[in-house]
Every structure is written in C-alpha cells, then in structure tokens.
Design a protein around this ligand. Structure first.
Ligand code: FES
Length: 296
C-alpha cells in the first residue's frame, strides 16, 4: 500500500474542501450488531476479567469507622465490604448461608448483620453468631457457615476486591501513577479537542447542527502523538490522604498551547488571528485570505 506523506495528505484534504468532495470506501462497512450486544461476550468478560482481577469496590472513606459498610453488586455478585473492629476492611459475598438472602443493603454502620429472612446474625468478621431457634437445626456447625470471604486490600484510598483468588498487591502499586497519568492525558486531550475540533454549531434558524457524535467532532486517541508526562508531587496538607484534584490539570494549558503553536507556524504567512476550533478548513481559509492580502 502506498502511504502518503503529511504534505500529500494535507493537499488532498484541501482539494476535497475546495471541490466539495470527500473520500469514500469501496463498499459500505457493516459492523455486526452482535459485537456490541452479545451476552456471551459480556459474560466472558465478567467471568474472566472483572471477577479475577483486583477491582476497586468503594473508597476507603466510605468505611470510616468500625462497622461502616458498603453493599453493592460487583461484576454481578452481591458483596459487602465492612471495616472490622480491628480497623481492617473485610469483604464477603452478601449472601446468607441459610437460604441466600442478602444480609446488608446500601451503606451504613452496623454492629452485626442480621438476615431479614429468618434472623441469622453475622459479626463484622463474617462469622455466624446467632441462629434463632437453633434447636431446629440439629448438627448445624456455626463456624462452618460464616459469610464467604472475598480477597480484599485497602490501598491508595480505595478498597479493592478479587472474587477469585488472592490479590496481587504488586499490581496495585502501579495504580496511582496510572490513574494520575490517565487523568492528565485526558485533560490534555480535552483541551486540545476544544482548540482543534469540538464545536457546537447552529443554523440560521437556531437549529442545532452538531447534535450527534456523527456531527460533533470529539478528540480520539488516534489523533494524537504520545505525550511525555512528568510530575512534581506536593501532597495537600488539608486532608489525611494528601490528595488533590488532577483531572483538569492538562486542560488549562493545552488549549492556548495549540492555538499559539498554530499562530506561530502561520505567522510567516501573515496570519495574525485564528478562532477555535482550528479545523483544517479554517486554517486553510486563514492561509488563503492572508495570501490574498486579507486581514487574517
Ligand atoms: S435466608 Fe437468611 S436467615 Fe434464612
């Protein structure tokens, strides 16, 4: 396949703009709907990924005190995470060992989890403490009927769970840098998207023309090179975690950076002003007008 260099690609784009044409594929591409809706794919992903790797379950701060708990479904499984009297967070399948009722709902603080069905009571460590009318269960060994534990690690202000097997704690060490890098990259791309392609347009009747993602240009990963990131870490003194917001860090600088770069590049051609977004057509017109002796 012949790959065009940047100059040829740019020329081709400008030619299309000038001629009102566009590139078309040889045939219509049809993506099978099943690729988006296939239950079997989703089931495999839940079973092989979401239940077998450490995943965040809730923020640590949601379990502030002994007895604080959060109950919710994780990858389809009802779980409950609770801070024990020893200060350690434990997680269990939120399933009563009698007939499977959930023993906790939502979030709150409890001294004991009492099943709403027949009153079996479990301690914060999951042990079955009390069975009403226990004489009706001859031979029941309470210590064999604790809530089923789930691997749990509290790290980086989050509670992680792994439903099948122990948690590889070394993998969690990568988590904060990954999160921080992801947020910074997202911020940078958001800012560049605003400068480059995102635009809400209306026609002369006030009708919104960019109401769908077919019309509204969002920045996508393939549009950008790799960014080099660096970090100066100064923990906040205002909270125990030292945490600060980082999500918009890249947004602030990226927008003026791209516009300034475009202005610098086009300054020799006489272009002195550009309005965002810097779409190809807008740049092309600015260059053409400047060459024709216009003001832009
Ligand atoms: S189902 Fe929980 S006590 Fe019966």
């Amino acid at each position: 396949m012949l790959l065009m260099n940047d100059a040829l690609v740019a020329q081709r784009v400008f030619d299309h703009i000038a001629n009102g044409t566009t590139d078309m594929g040889d045939q219509v591409w049809r993506e099978p709907v099943a690729n988006y809706r296939q239950q079997e794919r989703l089931d495999r992903e839940i079973e092989q990924v979401l239940r077998r790797f450490a995943t965040p379950f809730c923020p640590s701060v949601a379990l502030a005190d002994a007895g604080s708990y959060v109950a919710r479904r994780a990858a389809g499984t009802p779980l409950v995470a609770v801070r024990g009297r020893d200060g350690v967070v434990h997680a269990f399948r939120n399933v009563c060992r009698h007939r499977g009722m959930e023993v906790a709902a939502g979030s709150g603080c409890a001294k004991v989890f009492v099943c709403g069905y027949h009153g079996w009571a479990y301690g914060l460590d999951g042990r079955l403490q009390h069975v009403p009318h226990e004489h009706g269960f001859p031979g029941l060994e309470k210590d064999q009927h604790a809530l089923v534990p789930v691997s749990t690690v509290e790290r980086h202000g989050l509670v992680f769970v792994n439903q099948h097997g122990p948690i590889d704690e070394s993998a969690l060490e990568e988590f904060p840098p990954l999160l921080a890098d992801g947020q910074r990259l997202g911020g940078i791309v958001q800012g560049l998207g605003q400068a480059w392609c995102e635009e809400v347009r209306y026609d002369e009747n006030g009708q919104l023309l960019t109401a769908t993602l077919m019309d509204y240009a969002l920045p996508r990963a393939a549009m950008f090179p790799r960014f080099e990131l660096d970090m100066t870490c100064t923990p906040s003194p205002l909270n125990p975690l030292g945490a600060k917001g980082i999500g918009e860090l890249g947004t602030i600088g990226a927008t003026p950076c791209l516009v300034s770069a475009a202005l610098d590049a086009l300054a020799p051609l006489g272009v002195t002003q550009l309005d965002m977004p810097l779409k190809s057509e807008r740049l092309w017109r600015a260059i053409r007008d400047a060459a024709a002796g216009g003001t832009r």
